[in-house]
Design a protein around this ligand. Sequence first.
Ligand code: ADP
Ligand code: CIR
Length: 363
Amino acid sequence: MAPQPKNCRIKCVSKIMDESYNRLIQSDSKSLLKKYLSQDVYNALKEEQTPTYGSTLMDCIQSGLMNLDSGVGIYAPDPEAYTVFSPIFDAIIEDYHLGFSPNHTHPPLDWGDLTAFQNLDPENRYIISTRVRCGRSIEGYPFNPCMTEVHYKEIEQKMTDVFRGLSSELPGTYRPLTKMMRCEQERLIEDHYLFKEGDRFLKAAKACQFWPVGRGIFMNKDKTFLTWVNEEDHLRMISMEPGGDLGNVYRRMILGVTAIQEQVNFARSDRFGFLTFCPTNLGTTIRASVHIKLPKLSSDKDKMKSVAEEHHLQVRGTRGEHTESEEGIYDISNKRRLGLTEFEALKEMQDGILKLITIENSL
Ligand code: ADP
Ligand code: CIR
């Protein structure tokens, strides 16, 4: 896609963007976008564009401007946006990833020693299920807002071929959304395997164009290794199973990622590690989570949140981000993914969850 003439595009959106920006700064939004997009930063960036795709500041921040309840409020429409709009991205990244400052560099991939991970709940008292996911972008393609229908189809075709070559405990079936019955889609979402449809944060970021073209899910026979194709990122590779055996779940995700990376080149930057659409996912891209019931601790939600924060954990609702807890089940995961190794991200999650369980036992 050739960039549109700079002045034409910028002028068209500039009035709308100014109005939306003013609405953001006058609001009580708690987003990181509001916290860091000062008038000076806004003025400095409002006329910039990325060289290859011509992405503007508006392309980065439209989700946060339209959704004042965003936690973050910004996405990178293409990989160059992280550099061109670095004054806003760097500040948000440093806050979200707990101190990853502009002079930090993400370490090389290191899965580490798998024997360090254990079953976090051997007696099955608290943990319902465990999941570890990572995101990957495919080299040579932009992120969602700049993708054409052809890009979506090419990535899906490439991945269909890759899935056919999987062996060991990984073989399974790729299910495109275009050929999935509505009831089956709903069932897979309900059972926590499939991404939801119509996420308003992604929609506002223009991440849902041509939906459902090119979107789908690969599932191995046991539904313990999955890959989401062309949802928020080009790929999300997921390992999950009932219970608390974090070591086994992590082992299987590494098996799947290693098999897939033999056939696909992933986009990686020297500073940010693996590149993703949302800055919260940069680096290792790992989110290791448990679905857990901690009835005593969660009876005081503020306390649970502050204990989780102390251990660098994030609390989500039962159906993922921006959802509420159902039947006392919380999704608790490592918060930061950038500036530490894969091993360290997992270890941070394991140590934190064990600590929460110890606190629950002491109450
Ligand atoms: P992501 O993990 O990809 O950032 P979400 O927060 O939207 O995205 O979660 C995606 C799905 O994964 C949701 O259905 C959520 O309930 C499910 N999920 C997350 N962690 C677990 C877990 N430990 N066990 C089962 N399902 C989980
Ligand atoms: C928000 O700002 O709340 C949304 N844009 C989500 C931010 C982080 N989550 C994600 O990337 N899945």
